[in-house]
Design a binder for this molecule. Structure first.
Ligand code: SF4
Length: 366
């Protein structure tokens, strides 16, 4: 079989320690993973498992669930056992839930040292429990709940985020516990990027990237894409969570698209469509949308070009696995660089979908 040259990446991945999280790994040479968080009440086990199933189907690798009350902690046993992907319990304020989540069999626990009172006194016991159960931890420092001891003045600086994370990391390491990653989230991508750069230079902890409270879908997608793009482009980041004020499946889609855009995850469906302009001889927006919608189920890497006219149309269509270049009420359909047929405009979508499914089936078989 022919060996394909891997697609180019912007920088070699920074080497971090590899941490086991359930049946996958985070850090080291493990693939960069995409995370999200459920929005259902965790104690509603069926609804939470249903949402985890939807997230998994959308390409989520790791899921986090909130654990604000005892009934949520009680639900973790069933959720951890039945989830198809590793479950991380997200704990704030109450150390007793950290122990509950570890004992429930969660793959990981996110702790927020900034708001767990007397957290530092309990690290020895948390480290021991986590070690005994093979549970990974994430030290999740967040600008909104930073340890007040780390603050100088009234602004949360990258230095304060990093100091807080390093302090907590050192306490775990004193107890010879190393199975943890770190996040230093801020809602300002500039501060967030700088914090991760500094943290990355100071240790080999696996890093969970996140712009916290990034906003509604449009703004949050851009903030996260810009910030993650910079860091991942420098080889920094082992797992990512896009935070959106939108359904979590959207976070997963954006996260996967960011990784695919940087060649950090194999591309699946890649639509190359032109923005359209005054030369367009077909409604490119509708065409691109219909083709995307019709092919979103495909699991194989397929580049499909949808071009509005003959200026760049034939060129891009030829470079793709499949494409159309429109003109004069017709579409020239290209497969692997060859025009296979010319169809009337009304038949472009159905022809592209049929060809795409045929190529995908061949790829699946091959
Ligand atoms: Fe305009 Fe044609 Fe380029 Fe599309 S392919 S943007 S229609 S020139």
């Amino acid at each position: 079989p022919s060996v394909k040259t891997p697609p180019p990446v912007l920088a070699p991945r920074r080497r971090t320690r590899k941490v086991k999280l359930g049946d996958i790994f985070v850090g080291g040479d493990a693939p960069i993973t995409v995370q999200s968080m459920t929005t259902t009440p965790t104690h509603d086990i069926n609804a939470t498992l249903q949402q985890i199933a939807e997230l998994t189907a959308a390409g989520c690798d790791i899921v986090r669930v909130a654990c604000p009350r005892q009934e949520d902690a009680d639900a973790l046993v069933a959720i951890a056992a039945k989830s198809p992907i590793p479950v991380i319990a997200d704990i704030h304020f109450q150390p007793k839930y950290v122990f509950a989540a570890i004992e429930a069999g969660c793959a990981g626990v996110r702790v927020n040292p900034g708001n767990i009172r007397r957290f530092d006194d309990q690290i020895k016991d948390i480290a021991k429990a986590a070690k005994d159960h093979g549970t990974a931890l994430r030290i999740g420092v967040n600008a909104g709940s930073i340890d007040p001891r780390m603050m100088k003045g009234d602004r949360v600086t990258p230095e304060a985020l990093v100091a807080s994370a390093k302090w907590e990391a050192s306490l775990f390491e004193e107890h010879d516990f190393h199975d943890f990653g770190i996040s230093v989230k801020h809602n300002d991508p500039v501060i967030m990027v700088e914090a991760y750069r500094q943290l990355s230079a100071e240790g080999d902890w696996p890093l969970h990237l996140g712009v916290t409270e990034a906003g509604p879908a449009f703004q949050g997608t851009i903030k996260s894409s810009v910030a993650f793009g910079i860091l991942l482009g420098e080889g920094i980041g082992d797992t990512i969570r896009v935070s959106l004020s939108a359904p979590p499946v959207e976070e997963v889609k954006v996260g996967n698209q960011i990784l695919q855009s940087l060649n950090l995850k194999p591309r699946k469906l890649d639509i190359v469509s032109c923005p359209s302009c005054g030369r367009a001889q077909v409604d490119v927006y509708t065409l691109a949308e219909e083709v995307t919608e019709g092919l979103k189920h495909l699991e194989v890497p397929l580049r499909v070009a949808v071009m509005g006219c003959v200026v760049n149309g034939p060129g891009e269509a030829r470079e793709a696995d499949l494409g159309v270049a429109s003109g004069n009420g017709k579409g020239q359909i290209f497969v692997k660089g060859e025009v296979i047929k010319t169809v009337p405009e009304a038949e472009i979508v159905e022809t592209l979908l049929a060809e795409a499914n045929r190529i995908a089936a061949e790829m699946g078989e091959g």
